[in-house]
Design a protein around this ligand. Structure first.
Ligand code: TRP
Length: 431
């Protein structure tokens, strides 16, 4: 099986917290160790500009998040680890995608709608204090993902809508300009919907309810002690349902450990004892990384060097891909004759490959002769890339490639091998 591309980013607007660790850092490091995965992980500092106007904070946060990722075991040799703003192709692609994205779709984005709803209920102008950057957030995120044609995006549940929007952008662009993008999918860790914070709401900088990932042991203990619980006394059975403490534990514990705590809840464990248990469990996982983290924070030169090398690696993909996309949309070298009209006319008179997607979600292609008769019909593929690869095989090798492709094509259509061969030859001839 060909390898899958995983990609995820973290916005550099704050100090990384347990929610970032559980929802993004830890799963991304785990995925990066799989032999069948090619990983792209980055610091979303363009996104940070949407959230904060504090330059020092962005710089600090970039350092802290990079150090966290490395301390958690990310190997920059093995993955492509970079800072978004070091890849100028990303904002360029953002514009291309902006032009194929309906404004109405962006109106429905959760984050934007939440601001509008808040303003409306406060009797303000609906767009009060909403920057165009916030409105465009999903498009920038779409460019992050599509730039590297990622298949899977490990994110928290709250980001699913953004991935769906990126799929829409990929499909709209492909429809208009040909198959260039892989529509991505969200990869959600099922147990870790979103980590609750100290007050039980989603752990988030904006709620000020976070536990910093590498907070010192003593502080970690204090913070965990401050997680909201109900007022049930020791000995009284406790409910795991809606218990932030329980959910946080679950994100770190094995299934057996979780079952044991569920049992302890039933048996009326005191909140103080439960908190001690949760604290020790989390610290057991975090403590070994804490020293590495602190050492990295004190070595910004090392981190900067790693990030610049990562950007160079990312641009080995982004720069040529952007060149193709510029060509596709018509931003072209004037000295090279474009032949849109003749190309179209030629299509009528020549055999042609058609690529398309069926309602089963799979990607297909067919070969039609100059009169539009079906010569070859493929089976369904998981990605447009696979279909494209077979087409180029047929284009370069002609009918000689057919025997090897038996399991990729509809057998009934392969019988007219002579016609197929003639058509492929005709296609290869210059006009
Ligand atoms: N929006 C993500 C968050 O706030 C960060 C992000 C930016 C991202 N670009 C991305 C995540 C691309 C995944 C893929 O958590």
């Amino acid at each position: 099986m060909s390898s899958k591309r995983f990609l995820t980013g973290i916005t550099t607007s704050g100090t990384p917290h347990l929610g970032n660790y559980v929802g993004s850092i830890r799963p991304s490091v785990r995925a990066s160790l799989r032999p069948d995965v090619e990983s792209f992980y980055f610091l979303a500092d363009f996104h940070a500009l949407i959230k904060t106007g504090d330059p020092a904070r962005i710089q600090r946060s970039t350092l802290e998040i990079a150090a966290s990722w490395l301390a958690a075991g990310l190997d920059p040799e093995r993955v492509t680890f970079y800072r978004q703003s070091d890849v100028p192709e990303i904002p360029e692609l953002t514009w291309f995608l902006t032009c194929v994205t309906g404004k109405g779709i962006l109106n429905r984005a959760h984050a934007y709608k939440a601001s509008v709803d808040k303003n409306t209920s406060a009797g303000e102008d609906p767009d009060a204090d909403v920057s165009a950057g916030l409105f465009m957030y999903p498009v920038l995120m779409g460019a992050d993902i599509l730039m590297f044609n990622a298949h899977k995006v490990p994110v928290g549940r709250d980001q699913i809508q953004h991935i769906e929007m990126a799929r829409d952008m990929a499909n709209s662009f492909n429809y208009r300009y040909g198959e260039h993008f892989v529509p991505p999918e969200a990869e959600i860790e099922e147990d870790v919907a979103t980590l609750p914070g100290l007050d039980g709401r989603k752990m988030s900088k904006s709620y000020d309810n976070t536990i910093a990932l590498f907070t010192p042991r003593a502080q970690l203990k204090k913070l965990i002690a401050s997680i909201v619980t109900d007022s049930r006394a020791p000995g009284e059975a406790k409910s795991t349902e809606g218990s932030a403490l329980f959910q946080i534990y679950q994100a770190f514990a094995t299934p057996e450990e979780t079952t044991a705590l569920r049992q302890a809840y039933l048996e009326g464990i005191a909140w103080g004892d439960a908190k001690q248990l949760v604290f020790e469990r989390i610290d057991r996982e975090i403590a070994p990384m804490r020293d590495t983290y602190l050492a990295l924070l004190n070595d910004p030169v090392k981190i900067e060097t790693i990030l610049l090398a990562g950007a160079a690696k990312a641009r080995q993909i982004a720069t040529p891909f952007m060149g193709r996309l510029r060509q596709a949309v018509g931003l072209r070298d004037l000295r090279v004759q474009t032949r849109d009209k003749t190309e179209k006319a030629a299509k009528v008179a020549k055999p042609v490959f058609k690529q398309y997607r069926e309602s089963d979600g799979k990607f297909y292609f067919k070969l039609l002769d100059a009169e539009g008769q079906l010569l070859l019909q493929s089976l369904g593929f998981d990605s447009p890339k696979e279909a494209g690869q077979i087409i180029s095989l047929l284009r370069t090798q002609g009918a000689a490639a057919l025997p090897d492709l038996a399991d990729k094509l509809q057998a009934e259509t392969v019988v007219k091998a002579q016609n197929i061969s003639a058509a492929l030859q005709q296609m290869a001839e210059p006009d």
